[in-house]
Design a protein around this ligand. Structure first.
Ligand code: NAD
Ligand code: ZN
Length: 341
């Protein structure tokens, strides 16, 4: 079968002929329909410091997918040939304190599909049954193939009650944009999203009545004033991974406001800790998706009218993956989908 492999420890990705995986008794073999490129895949493509320290070479990468079950292991109970599935990319240990408490997203020994073990940018992939998600066939396959990043958005956005609240999202990448749509869907009042990239802010506007701010050109304070907001945002969702954006958020929260942080900050990011103290802010870190509460909630929201289809800006056959990665790198895209049918 064909697979996109990190074959050499240098920039790039290679389309290779590899063996179809042999599944274990608790695994499901999935024939890929669609996969999506994540920022993580771009890091691996670029072979940055993190990738060099993390990714075993050679390895097939990728973790966002929708496909069809074509074989199940002898102990698999909940899936059968023909099921439409996606999957949770974090494989957990099952025996640590949090796993035993049912809080699998807090596992101390998480392994990432397409990061620490073979990924899904391939015609077929073997996934443990514990990580397979049964898809509702009435939801579009495009949406189903981005459940993983939508799950990041949903996990972060639903960390705090948003109904009737004013929400600030920093970073209008695909996840920030989807979080904005989720915040609107669950009844937030003003949803303001910041970025420094006009393409992305324009894309955010296509997902609903979302207020966009290019912080290189406009002051957040002026936008808040125009909206009649006098005390600050109730909830902040940090989705840029940028220190300036994080500080801007901290500076514009209501006293007692709540911040959920998904964006991965540089190790030397500085913040004024006393703003957290004197404003009585709450800060929560977010990793991955809640297994599987987030998956239930996002499915329910897609079934009840949440529309994130416009965040997908490019679709192409997997053989055109080079083009897909270059588009992702340009910043002039939302989600980029590789098709395997
Ligand atoms: P992305 O890189 O596509 O989007 C980040 C956006 O932030 C970009 O559009 C960028 O222009 C914008 N930005 C940069 N500087 C800014 C500033 N000063 N103010 C406002 N915006 C600014 O990333 P994504 O795929 O949408 O993911 C969002 C973030 O979440 C990334 O940092 C990613 O690494 C992180 N992430 C974390 C997890 C987790 O489990 N914690 C999972 C997935 C992604
Ligand atoms: Zn664990």
């Amino acid at each position: 079968m064909k697979a996109l492999v990190k074959k050499f420890p240098k920039e790039g990705l290679w389309l290779e002929e590899v063996e179809i995986p042999v599944i274990g008794e608790k695994d499901v073999l999935v024939k890929m329909k669609k996969t999506a490129i994540c920022g993580t895949d771009v890091h691996i493509y670029n072979w940055d410091k993190w990738s060099q320290e993390t990714i075993p070479v050679p390895m097939t990468i990728g973790h966002e997918f929708v496909g069809e079950v074509v074989e199940v292991g002898s102990l698999v109970r909940n899936f059968k040939v023909g099921d439409l599935v996606s999957g949770e990319g974090h494989i957990v240990c099952g025996v640590c304190r949090n796993c035993l408490a049912g809080k699998r997203y807090l596992c101390k020994d998480t392994i990432g599909i397409g990061v620490n073990r073979t990924g899904i940018f391939a015609e077929y992939a073997s996934i443990p049954e514990t990580n397979v998600w049964m898809c509702d066939k009435s939801i579009s396959e495009d949406a189903l193939c981005i459940l993983d990043p939508l799950g990041n958005a949903v996990h972060t956005a639903l960390s705090f009650d948003l109904a009737g609240e004013d929400v600030l999202i920093t970073g209008a990448g695909p996840i920030g944009i989807m979080a904005a749509a989720v915040a609107k869907h669950v009844g937030a009042r003003h949803v303001v999203i910041t970025d420094i990239n006009d393409y992305r802010l324009k894309l955010a506007k296509e997902l609903g009545p979302i207020i966009t701010v290019n912080t290189k050109k406009e002051k957040l304070a002026d936008v808040m004033k125009a909206l009649g907001m006098t005390e600050g945002f109730d909830v902040g969702l940090e989705m840029s991974g940028n220190g300036d954006a994080l500080n801007e958020m901290i500076n514009n929260m209501v006293h007692g406001g709540k911040i959920a942080m998904l964006g991965i900050q540089a190790p030397d990011t500085q913040i004024d800790w006393n703003k957290i103290v004197f404003s009585g802010l709450f800060i929560k870190g977010i990793y991955g998706r809640e297994m599987f509460e987030t998956w239930y909630k996002m499915t329910a929201m897609l079934q009840s009218g949440l529309d994130i289809s416009k965040v997908i800006t490019h679709k192409m056959h997997y053989t055109k993956f080079e083009e897909g990665f270059q588009i992702m790198k340009s910043g002039q895209s939302g989600k980029v989908i590789l098709e395997w049918d």
